[in-house]
Write a protein that binds this ligand. Structure first.
Ligand code: AMP
Length: 395
């Protein structure tokens, strides 16, 4: 189906053409007609599948100018809220409606006055709840509610906030829920608050990003040199390097920038302004490397990230999938390298059990590692509490 065959009005269609979207992505083809017909929809799809436009287009079609807040989009992070608001704004530029991102760290007063004029609110749960408690935002006219990246929102402990916000919207509303994974908690959220939703999964289909993945074994003392050797070998046009701690993020960005590559750190301790500045700079290509914690790993739509490096293996295996999802977007190819030291082995095992086994290589020359990673017993950091399940062996 083409966009022209989807009953989309001329002003939104004009904006779609300006975005140079030639044909709907798989998820758009499935979600837009159903959502335009008023159905509740659950989309299981990673970022990069075109899900933002899938919910933005039906929302924009239904808006009445100056009709109060008619659409509410919940997002887990400020960056994602900003990015969604920018895309809804771009697709709605000829509809003459206001789209407002609402997140913590902004002036409350400016938000309160903007909230009176806006038709679409894109916000993080904490700040939205703040407005509801102060009585500075009325959701009584909301016709469409979108819960984006529901799994991440729940991982971050936002479930009670999300439910409190949902209760402030009319029961007659349409609800759309999007999530990269569908754990039981997300399904339960859907069952509790949606009416007979149409379920759509874009997994394992043509939209699946093409990401080449490799795991590079090295010793703890050579971790940094391994990263630099990989950067030199790959010479990425733009890369995100993930670390597990804020301190490591800052240190690594500083250390990398002493050499021929320029890197900038993004993590939760920076002010909103500093984070936005770093991400804006990176989007524009300066510097070419962003060193980030998982705060930045979700929902960032940075065009054309060619490489992902896991300097640390994430503790939560779902984060692995979200990290590598920053590359290989919208049908492009991407590469993801995970640097594996003995102390990250436990985390890697969790990733491999949750996701899939990764081929192991060693430098120089990315030789396949013949016998898997041999680690001395004492190199593995054992959890202090006894574990119920022993990790299965891999080679
Ligand atoms: P999303 O999954 O919403 O984060 O979108 C990922 C990227 O795909 C964004 O850069 C969109 O601008 C782009 N995109 C969305 N829909 C289309 C389409 N129909 N054709 C080409 N690119 C698209």
């Amino acid at each position: 189906m083409r966009f022209e065959e989807m009953n989309i009005g001329p002003s939104v269609l004009k904006a779609v053409r300006e975005q140079r979207y030639e044909k709907p992505t798989e998820i758009q083809g499935a979600v837009i007609p159903r959502a335009m017909g008023g159905e509740d929809v659950i989309g299981c799809s990673a970022t990069g599948s075109g899900k933002t436009a899938a919910f933005a287009i039906p929302i924009l079609e239904k808006l009445e100018r100056k009709g109060g807040i008619q659409a509410l989009i919940l997002a887990p992070t400020r960056e994602l809220a900003l990015q969604i608001a920018a895309m809804v704004g771009a697709l709605g530029k000829y509809r003459g409606v206001e789209v407002l991102p609402v997140y913590g760290g902004q002036s409350m007063r400016a938000q309160i006055s903007a909230l009176r004029r806006t038709e679409v609110v894109v916000g993080t749960p904490g700040r939205l709840l703040d407005h509801l408690r102060r009585g500075t935002m009325n959701l009584g006219k909301v016709r469409t509610l979108v819960i984006d990246e529901a799994d991440r929102m729940l991982d971050m402990g936002f479930l009670p906030d999300v439910e409190a916000i949902i209760r402030e919207t009319p029961r007659s509303r349409q609800t759309m829920l999007f999530s990269a994974t569908m754990p039981e908690e997300v399904q339960r959220l859907g069952r509790r608050h949606m009416r007979n939703p149409a379920y759509f999964s874009a997994e394992h289909k043509e939209e699946k990003p093409k990401i080449e993945q490799a795991c590079i074994e090295t010793a703890q003392a050579e971790k940094f040199q391994t990263l630099i050797a990989l950067l030199e070998k790959e010479n990425p046009s733009s890369a995100i390097i993930f670390c597990n701690t804020k301190r490591m993020t800052s240190n690594l960005a500083r250390q990398i920038s002493k050499g021929r590559f320029q890197a900038c750190a993004v993590h939760g301790d920076l002010t909103q302004n500093q984070r936005e500045r770093a991400i804006r700079g990176f989007r524009e290509g300066e510097p070419g490397i962003l060193v980030a914690t998982d705060v930045a790993s979700r929902g960032l739509d940075i065009e054309g990230v060619s490489h992902i490096f896991n300097y640390d293996i994430p503790r939560n295996p779902q984060d692995y999938v979200h990290r590598i999802g920053r590359t290989g977007r919208a049908g492009r190819e991407g590469k993801a390298f995970s640097i594996l030291c003995p102390r990250d082995l436990e985390n890697m095992m969790k990733v491999e059990r949750y996701y899939r086994p990764l081929t192991r290589y060693r430098l120089p020359g990315l030789r396949p590692s013949p016998s898997g990673f041999r680690v001395a017993e004492e190199d593995i950091e054992r959890p202090t509490r006894p574990r119920r399940h022993r990790p299965r062996r891999w080679n």
